[in-house]
Structures are given as C-alpha cells and as structure tokens.
Design a protein around this ligand. Structure first.
Ligand code: ATP
Length: 959
C-alpha cells in the first residue's frame, strides 16, 4: 500500500496540470478544472475506417440523437449487464484531438486522488510514443514497469499476480512496433526478458499476466492491429455533445458574458458548430475568439472555417510579437519574422501531407527550411500549432497540434505559392517553377481552384476535402485582406470566385456521392454562395417541394440542408418530400443518418430493397426503425435486411410478401438486434411461418413483438410457433395472430397455460377464428346497397349488385338520403372493423368510402365523393387511369393498363383505406389513405356518364 500511495502521488503530480498550448511559456491549466465530460459510446465496430477524420466528425455530429449506450470515463472497465464475463481489455477509438489522452489522464488522476476505482491497486500509464523509443531493448514485464515507475522498483514489487493492475497504453496509432500477434512466441513469465514486441503482444493476448486489465487508445484507422478476440469491449470517443461543448466554454472563460458570446457565435456558424465537436478545436476557437473579442474594435467575429484558421495564425504570431518583439495588442499584422516562419511551416505542412505524414523528425524540419536551433523558439511560441514531444532518449518528434491545422497550412501554401509565383502545386503536369510573366502579373485563382476541385473529387477517401474547402475560402475578399501581408501580389478574386462557384455547381449536378457533394456545398458556403440552398429552402418553406421536378443539383442541395440542419434528422418521412422511389434514392444519405425512416405507402418496389440493403449494411448507418408497410415489395422485400443490420423495429405489413419471401429472414444470427417485427396482412401462410420460426426458435433471436395478423396462418402454423417458443421462450412478449385460422387445435397449442415457457412473456395472443373463408380478412364483405341513397339516374340490376348510369330518370320515391345531383349511391354497411370487398367498373367510376353525414344535395363539392372531408375516393377511368381524391385534392396514380377490378381494404381501427388492382387473383397495391376514422364509414360509388359498377360476390374471389 505504501507503494500504491507513492505511485498515486507521482501520478497526481504528473497529471494534475495540463499544458494547453503555451506550454513553454508556462501557462498550466488544472486538468480537473478544464476537464469536461466526453461523449463516449460502447460497441463501436472495429472495421478500418479510412475516411478523412473531419468527415467522421460530421457524421458523428449528426448521429448523436441515436440512442447509443454511453459510458462514463470512470466506468470504462465496468461490464454492462448484458456481458457475462468481466472486462480485461478495452480499446478506445477516436479521431485526432477528440480527447483520448485527456480521458486516460483523467482516469488515472481520479484514481490517484482516491476518487474512483479504488479496487485497483496500481495504474501504470504508458504511451506508445515512449515505448517506441525502447523498441530495440529487451525487458521483462517487471523490468519495464520498474523502468518507468520508480516507486514500484523501490518497493521491489514483482508478484504482479497478487494485485489488481491496470495498464494504459495511449496512442496505438503511433506504435512503431510490429505487434506480430500471429508469429510471436508465447510468454507467460513476468520476470522473463524478451523484446518489447513479444512482451506487449503477450500482455494483450492475455498470456502474460491474465489478471491485469488493459486500456488501449487509438485513432480509428489503427484499431484493428489488435485481433478482435483479444478485445472485450470497444468504446468510441465521440467528442463533445452540444451541451458538453457549452460546458467547456463556460469553464474555459472566466468572463461568462464572453463565454455566452462565443457559444452563440459558434451555434450560428455551421462550420464552426460541426468542428467544435472535437475538443481540440473548441480550444482553438476559444483561443482565437477570446483574442478577437478583446481586440476587434468593431470587427466581425470570424464565421467561416478558413477565417478562424487565419485568425488562429494571426493570434499566434501576435503572441510571439508581444512576447519577443513588443508589438501593440490591437495590431493584427504579420511581422517579418512570423512571415518567414509561416513560410517554413506551410511548406512543411504541405510536403508532409503529400507524403501522408502526421509526425515529423528534425530532419523533416530541416528539409522544409526550419532551423533546428531556432526550433525551440518556434516551439516556444508556436506550440499551439506545433506540438513538440520528447520521448525518453529520443530525437524530438513534432506534429501539428491538430491535423486540420496542418491542412490549413498546406492550403495556405498552395494558395500563396500560386499567388506569389504563379506555380500551381496541385497540377502534376505543370513545372514547379515560376510560369509566364503575364500569369505572374495577374494571378487568377480560378484555374487553381478547378484543379483542386478535380483532385479532391478524385481522392477516394476525401483526404483533400478540407484542404479544398480552406483553399477556396482563402480567396474570399475578407480573407484576402487578412492575408495582405503574406501575399506579394493581389489576386483577382471576385470574378474568379464566381467562376469557381459555377464550376462547383456544375460538378454537384454530375451526381456525386453524398460526401463529395456535401463537401462541395461547404466550399460554396466558404464562398458565401448560397443560391442553390436558398432556392430549395424556399420550396421547403412554401410546401411546394413535392410538386416540383428537382434537378440532381437541387436534390443534392436538399440532402445538404437536411443533413446539416440542427433538428429533424430523427425521423425521416419520405412523404414530406415526395412519396416516390426517385425521391428515396436521392435522399438516401438522409435516410442513412436518420433514426427512423417512414417509407409507408410510397409505391416503392424491389429496387428499394437493393438500395436499402446497401444503406443498412454500412458502418455509419443510424437507422433503428423502418416502416415499409403498404408498398409492393413482394418477396424481394426481406432481401434488404442483412443479419448485421442494426434495426430494432421493422414494419413490412401489407407488402404482398409470400412464403418464399421469408427464406431470407434474418432472425437466425447472433447479431440480429430486431425487437419488433410486423408482417401482418401478407400471404405468409403456414410455410412462411415455418421459415420464420426457424429463426425465432434459435436462442440468438431476441424478438419481443411479432405481428402476424391476417397472414393466412392455420393450426399447422400455430404448431411451428409453439415449438419455436418452446425452444426460445424468454424473449417474445407479444404475438398478434388476429385474423387467422388457428382452429381449436392451433389455439390449444398456443395456449399459454399448457406450456412450460414463461407464461408471463406471452402477453397478448389475439386470435380470431370467426373467419368463414380462407381469406385473410375476417369479412369478405357482402355489401348491400342503401336503396334510399340511389340517384335517379342510376339503374340497378342483377339482384341489386350491378349499377349503371342511364339517361332516363328512375321512379325512386323521394327520400332525404337520396343523392340529388351527383350520380352516386351508398351501401347499408356501416363499417368499423377490418373489411375487404371488390368491385368491377366500366367507363369512369368513383369507388369510395364515406361518412353518413355527407351532403345529398347542394353544392357539388359537398356531395361528390372525394371532394370533401367526408369521403375517400379512388377514381377509375378508361381514359385517365387512376387517381385518388380527398378534400378535393387529387393524386394521380401511375398504373399500367388497368384491369377493371378493384379491391378495397379498410382497416378502420388502424385508420387505413387501401385500394388494389386485382388481376388473376393477385393484388397490386394502388394507394393507401391514412386517416383517423371516428365513426363508421360506408362503401359508396359514383358513376360518370355511361359507366357501370358491379359488386363482386365472395365466391368469385380467389386469393
Ligand atoms: N475532456 C476534455 N475536456 C477539456 N478539454 C479537452 C478534453 N479532451 C480534449 N481536450 C482538449 O483537446 C486537446 C486534445 O486532446 P487529446 O490530446 O486528449 O486528444 P487525442 O484524442 O489524444 O488526440 P491524438 O489522437 O491526436 O493524440 C487537449 O489538449 C485539450 O485542449
């Protein structure tokens, strides 16, 4: 314990202060004071993620509404109740600057200050940077610990097995050891010396000191250097949520008024808002804004990303000036010294970025013209940009404080090289030397921008996206003013910026991937060109979007607006934009980023399934709930859903799914997270239920609610369900089998009392065996006409089942229910349940349901079916095809040459009324009204001149 206390005291000293930025100038901040809780989630997957980190941050900032499991820093080793074994190894991923190092330091400090995790006797924090230095040396585990932690050596602690020990390894991405897990020999003795690589691989594999716990942090791209079987849990640091961001600024500023100004300023600028999910960027923003607020003298605060970076550079050089050269505080100009230094730094940033390097050695600095002797002065002033690390016994390592700072300097280098000397560094074909004189005299950045746009679009993982955004932003007049001292020429920007904007818009209309086109919209934003976005926003505000034919560029603008809006990504409702497959395809990136997708009744087809499957299979998909009901997906419907998709709830009711559609049901696999599945009103039959049960019966299936209402299930199907429930009894709590044909035997098989499965788990079992036919609905309606409603120009025949429009008035008696002017009639059946009926039509007819109160005389829009809120109507015409009407609003339904039989399905409790085209016993969905029916509704018909309608008898119906 004495040793524990000593270790605690040394960790307290090491981690109590953090040197943010002005490290060498001696400006320590207390970790406990500035540390702000981070948003950390459990269970990030471990696929390689090569996407550019800024893109990942954008995806993250959109994703936060999704219900993810979050973890607090101090609970990182606490297993969740779902996990049955204790956690040995935690891998924590997160992009650069997101706070991984801070997180581990806070964990160690809290322990050292006796605040948490007191069951741990020793915490030994290492960084891979330090370990790299020792990679040629041989150590035993005991020696390694003694080497770094003197206290343990003094206390001669060797029996590590007796203690609860946590090893922290920070920054796996920087590891220069081979970590050869497959070939390294096994090592189990903590006192045996070996190479560092063998030591670490054995520790991570759990061969060496299995009782220890390990915490490894890494940037995402390096995460899978560790074999998955060695990792018990993966957590993801997502940075700050909006609330945490605010909290950070409140802590950061002593003056709370200033904090509020900064917070509201960041909220208003989209670029800044998104970037500020990265803590290091919050810190950069705070540094800049604090300074600008102090000295701006009426100047506006920087609003775009590029502006903020220029200010960052200015503020840094000003600090240098103030410290070393005695400049005035409000004077934002570049001194000759800082100009020289910026020139070297930007060259370094660009050269190393080209090579993909994020960490540099002294030799790299020398190569970019940075004087090594002077580097200490640079790092004293520019530590905020340029972080100097010193490993034990090692050369100095350098990196920019954040990748985006390196990208900014690289873009600045490209811009200034072009403006000052006419050389386009991004053009591989151009000689890298001064070009023609004419060009030199009038540098026109248009050409440079176009090469940059093309280059960025070619990059498969978006590595040049941010460089492009900043490069374009640099040529904004306001930024040009800021850069004045660095440019030897004035660029001709206003004309060329317009041309760049046009070039970008043209590229956007070429149908790019969502990520690429979103980046191009950010570029337009940097140029202050919001014309495309404003146009769409105007459509959205006026509600006219669904009636317009959008161009590809306009669709991209809509995607951009939806993805970057603060609210509204939780639920995606396709009908809000346009209930069509085209709209769905165009808006897929939005679907992918939403939590819930409402795609109900949008005339979607098989193609939808293909695209949905690619969305659901992607790593960044947020969808948890999909409603695809009332489409016509048929058996292809289930192909959209792979076992690995993370859907919790799926509604596939009313889709014409047949038994073979269930062959690909995805309940069988361990990874299925589905809790709720609605397959009601499909033609599953017993064979389909059998397929379903092969998944339902496996212990992996954790489905809680299953709806199979109206699926033609008989006693046999109930048998399959009963046996599936017997083998996997503990999850399903709700089973809806209403409107099926279980028979007495089926009911008995599913009767809970007789079974050993946990009865309480089967909460509701609705069964209704009143069906008389083999049809899927309880009533195939024998509708009969209300003779008192029939208009006098309608003649009835064939036992009052056929209605025809005629010239001569029929001698019906007066009655208040009779339609006076419209050639219409109603039936007697007031419907409140689920019913289905079919009719045949000729000529042009209205097939409708209406409320009793509909007017019988007076203005035509009060009486005519579909023209008021009392009726819901399908209009069928030989000439015009199909259209639906409600409250005088018409929606046409594209349908190939129509057979003359229509099925009507009313689900009164659910508030849906669906129309189908019936051909050879197959139903083709036409349209579904969603309504709230508060009273019984009545089948009704209207006829145009010369038309006829006949009611079909139950016997003639085949399903
Ligand atoms: N929880 C936090 N509270 C306050 N500031 C934070 C927090 N986390 C990070 N920061 C700020 O962000 C900076 C970078 O954080 P840190 O070094 O932990 O990132 P990292 O994820 O380890 O990055 P890298 O992968 O580049 O090493 C810190 O210096 C600090 O200014």
């Amino acid at each position: 314990t004495e040793c524990t206390q000593k270790l605690k005291s040394s960790l307290r000293k090491r981690f109590c202060c953090v040197f943010e930025g002005l490290a060498k100038a001696g400006n320590p901040t207390l970790l406990n004071q500035i540390y702000t809780e981070l948003y950390i989630t459990e269970g990030g997957d471990r696929e390689i993620n090569e996407e550019h980190e800024v893109r990942q941050i954008e995806a993250t900032s959109r994703k936060q509404r999704v219900q993810e499991k979050t973890i607090r820093q101090e609970n990182i080793f606490k297993a969740s109740p779902e996990k049955d074994k204790p956690i040995r190894t935690v891998v924590t991923k997160g992009v650069a600057g997101i706070g991984k190092t801070f997180l581990t330091q806070k964990f160690a400090l809290d322990w050292a200050e006796n605040r948490s995790n007191q069951d741990i006797q020793f915490i030994f924090p290492f960084t891979f940077r330090e370990l790299n230095v020792l990679r040629e040396k041989r150590f035993s585990l005991v020696e390694l610990v003694h080497h770094f932690f003197n206290e343990s050596k003094e206390a001669q602690i060797c029996r590590f097995n007796d203690f609860q020990i946590v090893f922290i390894f920070d920054g796996l991405d920087e590891c220069r050891l081979p970590l050869d897990f497959s070939n390294n020999e096994v090592l189990t003795d903590v006192t045996e010396s070996t190479s560092l690589d063998v030591l670490l691989t054995n520790l991570i594999r759990g061969k060496l000191l299995p009782s220890a716990r390990l915490w490894i942090t890494t940037r995402p791209a390096a995460a899978n250097q560790i074999p998955p079987e060695c990792v018990d849990i993966v957590t993801d640091v997502k940075g700050f949520t909006d609330v945490q961001k605010e909290e950070y600024f409140r802590k950061r500023f002593v003056d709370q008024k200033q904090a509020s100004m900064v917070i509201s300023h960041i909220k208003m600028s989209q670029s800044l808002r998104i970037m500020c999910h990265i803590p290091v960027f919050c810190w950069i923003s705070a540094t800049v804004l604090e300074n600008v607020l102090k000295t701006r003298q009426g100047r506006e605060l920087p609003k775009t990303l590029t502006e903020l970076y220029i200010y960052f550079l200015l503020v840094q050089s000003k600090v240098k000036q103030l410290k070393y050269e005695g400049g005035a505080e409000t004077d934002l100009t570049w001194s000759p010294e800082s100009k020289t230094m910026i020139e070297s730094l930007r060259k370094l940033a660009f050269d190393q970025l080209q090579k993909g390097n994020l960490i540099f050695y002294e030799t790299d600095l020398a190569g970019s013209g940075i004087d090594i002797k002077a580097a200490s002065v640079y790092s004293g002033v520019f530590t905020q940009i340029f972080k100097e690390e010193r490993g034990i016994y090692q050369d100095k390592l350098f990196c920019f404080i954040h990748l985006s700072v390196q990208e900014f300097l690289a873009a600045l280098h490209v811009h200034l090289t072009f403006v000052n000397s006419g050389v386009n560094l991004l053009d591989d074909r151009q000689p890298k030397q001064r070009v023609s004189k004419a060009f030199k005299n009038q540098p026109n950045v248009r050409k440079l921008h176009q090469t940059a746009v093309d280059k960025a679009l070619q990059s498969p993982n978006g590595h040049l996206d941010l460089v492009l955004r900043i490069l374009i932003g640099l040529s904004l007049p306001a930024n040009q003013t800021l850069l004045r001292g660095l440019q030897t020429q004035t660029a001709n920007v206003s004309q060329s910026n317009q041309e760049t904007a046009e070039y970008i818009k043209k590229k956007i209309s070429d149908g790019l991937s969502a990520e690429k086109s979103i980046n191009l919209f950010h570029c337009l934003n940097e140029l202050n060109d919001r014309s495309l976005v404003d146009e769409i926003q105007q459509y959205l505000r006026s509600g006219s979007l669904s009636t317009r034919k959008l161009s590809p560029a306009q669709w991209s603008a809509l995607v951009f607006i939806l993805l970057s809006s603060e609210k509204g990504l939780d639920v995606f409702d396709l009908k809000k934009y346009s209930a069509s497959e085209e709209a769905l395809l165009m808006l897929l990136p939005v679907v992918k980023a939403s939590n819930k997708a409402l795609l109900r009744d949008c005339t979607l087809s098989e193609k939808t399934c293909e695209v949905l499957s690619s969305v659901l299979g992607s790593q960044s998909c947020c969808l948890r709930e999909v409603d695809l009901s009332h489409n016509d997906l048929e058996d292809a419907g289930m192909t959209a859903f792979s076992p690995s998709c993370s859907l919790r709830s799926l509604n596939m009711s009313n889709n014409n799914l047949g038994e073979s559609g269930l062959q690909r049901i995805f309940l069988r696999t361990q990874s299925s997270k589905l809790r709720e599945l609605d397959l009601s009103n499909n033609n599953l039959r017993d064979a389909g239920v059998q397929q379903l049960c092969s998944g339902l019966g496996t212990p992996h299936c954790t489905l809680q609610t299953l709806r199979l209402s109206g699926c033609l299930v008989t006693g046999k199907g109930c048998g399959y369900l009963a046996s599936a429930l017997s083998s996997n009894p503990s999850h399903l709590t709700e089973l809806d089998l209403s409107y099926n044909h279980p028979g007495v035997v089926g009911k008995q098989m599913l009767s809970c009392e007789q079974k050993q499965w946990k009865l309480a788990n089967l909460r509701s079992l609705h069964m209704n065996s009143t069906c008389r036919s083999t049809l899927r609905y309880d009533i195939l309606l024998f509708i009969s006409l209300d003779m008192n409603s029939v208009n006098r120009h309608l003649r009835l025949s064939d036992n009052n089942t056929e209605i025809r429009q005629v010239e001569d008035e029929q001698p019906y008696p007066d009655h208040p229910n009779r339609f006076q002017t419209c050639w219409q009639l109603m039936c007697r059946n007031g419907l409140t349940g689920r019913c289905y009926w079919e009719v045949e039509w000729k000529g042009a007819a209205l097939i409708s349901v209406s409320c009793k109160g509909i007017k019988r005389s007076g203005k035509s829009e009060d009486c005519r079916f579909g023209r008021n809120d009392q009726s819901w109507t399908l209009e069928c015409s030989d000439v015009f095809g199909f259209a639906v009407w409600h409250v005088n609003r018409e929606t046409t339904i594209p349908s190939p040459s129509a057979p003359h039989r229509v099925g009507v399905y009313l689900d009164h409790p659910a508030g849906t009324l669906s129309f189908y085209n019936v051909s050879f016993g197959r139903l083709k969905h036409l349209y579904t009204f969603c309504a709230t029916f508060t009273e019984p509704v009545y089948p009704s018909f209207g006829l145009w001149s010369g038309a006829s309608v006949s009611l079909c008898s139950a016997a003639s119906k085949k399903l």
